[in-house]
Every structure is written in C-alpha cells, then in structure tokens.
Design a protein around this ligand. Structure first.
Ligand code: NZQ
Ligand code: ZN
Length: 382
C-alpha cells in the first residue's frame, strides 16, 4: 500500500430538504452572491426558486450567470469571472450538474486572476486563492461536489481538460436527492455509467490497496443493483439517494487511497468524443470503456479477471467485457459510435477524433496509449 494524505474539506449536506440551511450557510461568506446555473433545468424543476428564496430570505444580493452548457466551455468561465469581479462577489453558489459546478469551480479561481481562465485549466497559471464556492447538486454523476477537479472545454483548441486545484473544493455541497427527480432517463443512465467508470479508473490504476478495491466493487455493485431500478422509477427518493451517494463516493478519494494513481485513459478518450461531437460525458464512457478493455485484454488479463470474479463471479476475460458492455447497454447508454449515429468511415469522423486524441495527448497514467492504440480504439468503438 502506498503512503497517502487524504484531505477533503467539503462539508456535505445530504438528504431531503437540506437546502433549507443554504441561506445561513452562504451568508457566512458575505452578502454578494454569484449564482451560476445551466440552461434551465433548475428553473423547470423548482430547485432554482427554492434556493433563490432561501438566499433572499437572508438578505443576500444575487447576481446571476446562467446558460452554462453541458460539456462546459471556457468562454462562459471568462464571462462569469468578469461579472464576478465587476460585482465584487463574495461567494459563488453553483446550482446544477457537473458542468455548472465545474464551471463555478473554475470561475472561483479565475476571479483571483487577471488573465484568461484557460491558463488555469492548462496549468500555465496556478492560482493560490479562490472565491468561496457552495455547490447545490442536481444530477448524480461526476463526484465534482466532493472533489477538487474541474473539466472545461476549449472548442477553438479542440481540447477538453480536467485539472485539479485544492482551492476548488466547494466549502459546502448540498445534495438533496429529490432535486434529481427531474433528471431524464438518458442522463440518469449516463450518471450511473459515469460513477461506474470512475470506479473502474481507480480499479485499473496502480498500487496494492485492497480496501480501496473493496470500496470500488461495493460502489459498482450499488450502481448495478439500483441503477436499473431507478430507470423504471425516476422519482423514487431512496433509489435517487443511493445513486447520488454512490456517485459522490466514486470520486471523492475513497477509492484511490493507498494507490499510486488511477488510470484515466478512458476519460481522455471520452473527452475527445465530447469535444468533437458534444457527446454527453457518461455516453462517451459507455462507448470508450468496453473498447479500452478489449484493447487491454491481453496486456492486463489478470486485473480484468479479478474484476470479473468480484463483480460477476466469472473469470473469462471476453465474458467479463461483454457483461460490462451489456450493463451499459441495458441502462440505455450507447456502447458504439454508431449508436449515436457516428460512422467512423464517413466524412472526416475518424480523422477528427484521432486529431482530438493527438492534440490532447490522450493517455492513461498507468496503461500507456500509443497512436496505433488510438486507431485500434476507434475501430473497436465503431
Ligand atoms: O443545463 P441544464 O438546464 O441544467 O440541464 C442539464 C444538462 O442538459 C441537465 N440537468 C441537470 N440537472 C437536472 C437536469 N435536467 C433535469 N433535472 C435536473 N435536476 O442535464 C444535462 C447534463 O448536465 P451536466 O451538468 O452536463 O451533466 P453531468 O453532471 O454529467 O456533468 C458532466 C460534466 O462533468 C465533467 C464531464 O466531463 C462533463 O463536462 N466531469 C467532471 C468531473 C469532476 N469535476 O470531478 C469528473 C467527471 O469524470 C467528468 O469528467
Ligand atoms: Zn467521469
């Protein structure tokens, strides 16, 4: 087992009605609030009205930046950070899914920097301070509510980059499972895929940490058990709660302690699909993971077998990959590019995807990918 430091300062408020405290909690950081939201789901679901009313009841002044898109773009971060500086914002409240919260995390750093936010995303500038951030999660998937990572896209450069900074941890995260009732079936499924994928990225990392491995298996089993039931009963509070907590635990450090690192190669491949064709994150992973496992099956058969034994009590590598693919498919998430109407040999699809992988130097931390591997992966994903 590797040495590790587990630092996670996020105060998580989990359960029905937890945002009743958001006004008081936010007021501790100051009076002027920048409220960051997405395209409209929070208004439609009623979460927006509830949160805004609770902030206003504490006498807080709200400036709003809305319209953050899924697979968020750096232009919005720059605009919102400029607005935040102009209004002398004290605290940011992010109300939405991973795209809104990741944007707000980056805004919280960009408000302390005079240059473009992309410098922060690429690591060319390393901020040492941030505007306090409070997250209200409306979609269970990414784990962003309890980690210090954000993923932002730059369409001009054709890059989608995940980066970490310890000043990006939300000070508080509010997770009311009933706020996720309105998430449609497809995004609910993508969220389940994403949390399984985070667990797998840790599984295929490096280091002998058996307890972390057991957490990984438990989280995936929780998703396999409750994910399909939830898709049949989208407003079931208990199922929403179980999936929400599983998604948080899949990327808050729990599954990586004692390991040198996770792999994250599959996320790199998924980000390339998202940056070129705006594929929803979870959907990109249900396409990329089976392909990646097929690529790796002769390189790391034992690790795939251990996974299969722990999850399905089977040890034939091909069967294990098929089973995982079947799980994604049964959730209604695509497993091939053709499932999202992308034909790899039509037009310049292959070239564009390969180029995005090359530009982003898509690679795993542990299981290194070559340019020949990119070609093989594209064939396997087709
Ligand atoms: O924009 P609005 O109107 O809010 O609609 C969103 C969006 O269309 C909608 N939605 C959110 N909450 C809803 C809802 N619809 C109905 N009811 C609700 N309660 O769902 C759509 C997708 O939202 P988005 O935030 O994009 O999804 P998700 O939470 O999956 O976030 C995906 C982003 O997070 C990044 C991904 O790469 C992607 O950019 N990730 C962030 C990570 C992190 N920070 O740790 C790790 C992940 O691996 C991932 O890379
Ligand atoms: Zn992910």
């Amino acid at each position: 087992m590797e040495n590790f430091v587990w630092y996670n300062p996020v105060k998580l408020h989990f359960g029905d009605g937890v945002t009743d405290k958001i006004g008081k909690v936010t007021a501790e950081f100051g009076k002027r609030v920048l409220l960051v939201t997405g395209k409209g789901s929070a208004k439609a679901s009623g979460a927006y009205e509830q949160v805004v009313t609770r902030l206003q009841n504490e006498g807080l002044t709200i400036t709003e930046y809305s319209g953050i898109k899924s697979n968020p773009i750096v232009e919005d971060v720059d605009k919102a950070a400029a607005l935040g500086k102009e209004k002398k914002i004290d605290v940011i409240v992010a109300l939405g899914g991973g795209s809104v919260i990741d944007s707000a995390k980056t805004i919280s750093l960009a408000m302390k920097y005079d240059g473009p936010a992309w410098d922060i995303v690429t690591g060319d500038y390393k901020p040492k301070d941030s505007t306090p951030l409070i997250a209200v999660l409306t979609l269970a998937a990414t784990g962003t509510e309890m980690n210090s990572v954000a993923v932002v896209q730059n369409n001009c450069k054709q890059q989608k980059i995940g980066f970490g900074n310890k000043y990006m941890y939300p000070r508080h995260s509010f997770l009311d499972p009933s706020y996720t009732f309105s998430v449609p079936k497809n995004y609910t499924a993508y969220g389940v895929v994403d949390l399984i994928a985070h667990s797998l990225e840790a599984w295929f990392g490096e280091g002998d940490a058996t307890l972390s491995d057991r957490f990984i298996i438990a989280i995936i089993k929780e998703a396999m058990k409750n994910g399909p039931d939830l898709l049949e009963d989208l407003e079931n509070y208990d199922l929403r709660a179980k999936i929400m907590y599983a998604a948080t635990c899949a990327l808050n450090g729990l599954t990586s302690n004692g390991k040198k690192s996770g792999d994250w190669g599959v996320h790199g491949i998924g980000h390339s699909l998202s940056v070129v064709y705006d594929v929803p994150h979870g959907a990109s992973l249900s396409i990329a993971y089976p392909a990646w496992m097929k690529l790796q099956k002769d390189r790391i058969p034992e690790r795939i077998q251990e996974l299969g034994k722990a999850l399905f009590e089977i040890s034939e590598v091909d069967d294990i990959i098929y089973k995982l693919e079947y799980i994604f498919k049964a959730l209604g998430s695509p497993v091939r590019l053709k499932d999202i109407n992308l034909k790899i040999e039509e037009g310049n699809t292959r070239e564009r995807l390969k180029n995005a992988m090359v530009v982003s130097k898509v690679d795993g931390v542990v299981h290194k990918l070559t340019q020949q591997d990119y070609e093989t992966l594209l064939d396997l994903m087709a």
